[in-house]
Design a protein around this ligand. Sequence first.
Ligand SMILES: Nc1ncnc2c1ncn2[C@@H]1O[C@H](COP(=O)(O)OP(=O)(O)OP(=O)(O)O)[C@@H](O)[C@H]1O
Length: 278
Amino acid sequence: MATTDPADPTNPTDASESATATDAATTDVVLETRDLVKRFGELVATDEVNLAIERGEFRSVIGPNGAGKTTLFNLISGALTPTSGQVVFEGEDVSRLPPYERVKKGIGRSFQITNVFAGLSVRENVRVAAQSVFDDRISWRDRFLRGAGDFDDINERTDWTLDQVGLRERADERAGSLAYGDRRRLEIGLVLATDPQVVLLDEPTAGMSREETRATMHLIDDVLADRTLLLIEHDIDLVMNVSDRITVLDRGRELATGNPDEVAANDAVQAAYLGGER
Ligand SMILES: Nc1ncnc2c1ncn2[C@@H]1O[C@H](COP(=O)(O)OP(=O)(O)OP(=O)(O)O)[C@@H](O)[C@H]1O
């Protein structure tokens, strides 16, 4: 898994990470949320959340149902715009950018929002994903001189991705005919093809058996280990195993952030979550 020194200055008993946010100049923070708020009418789904995610970190976000995990991901990916506050990626405020612009900048999202085209081949699916990001990098001259579908860097990216997720052999099969495990590989391939700095993983093992869960986490570890990962996951054992740090949300607020041991020992977390019923 990603190697980040968990012994960072964040005080796990302090609900806010604003202390680390001010340290952004000294630590390599790739993604921040600053006083992030999302209201749905009277309901505050995200309540002044301040996260500072370091490059290469594996951060999990946990919390009871309705805690605001998915809303937080939607704010980071651009599916939602904040009521107030900011999402800052590589030092730039991206809070108002649409999702596809954020993907181009390097914020990738996988699972739950699945965009596999069942009728297209595995290769075509990966190609579409690669193209969504790499198209901009192709000059107009190349576009004019070569036919569509013949852009070397997109083809290279596609082949590289297929190799990474072990689907080169199945490249010409219809995505809709893939077995479950291969479909998961393809979903990871689709996000990898966009060359993300940060990957949002939204319950990647939802509905999986123990064996499938293990295989999926191994694949994520294999293929995405050099990226910064943000995971929503209900399986606490898994979260404790894979995370460098864990953020616990409760009713939209950040209850605690710390390494797995710190979070497990946190009184507020135990009271609100670990000891309570979900
Ligand atoms: N589009 C929306 N309109 C109104 N309320 C919403 C909307 N999206 C989410 N909510 C509410 O915001 C709160 C947080 O929801 P969210 O889905 O972010 O929680 P969650 O932690 O992801 O929950 P779960 O673990 O059940 O997926 C909930 O009370 C939910 O009902």
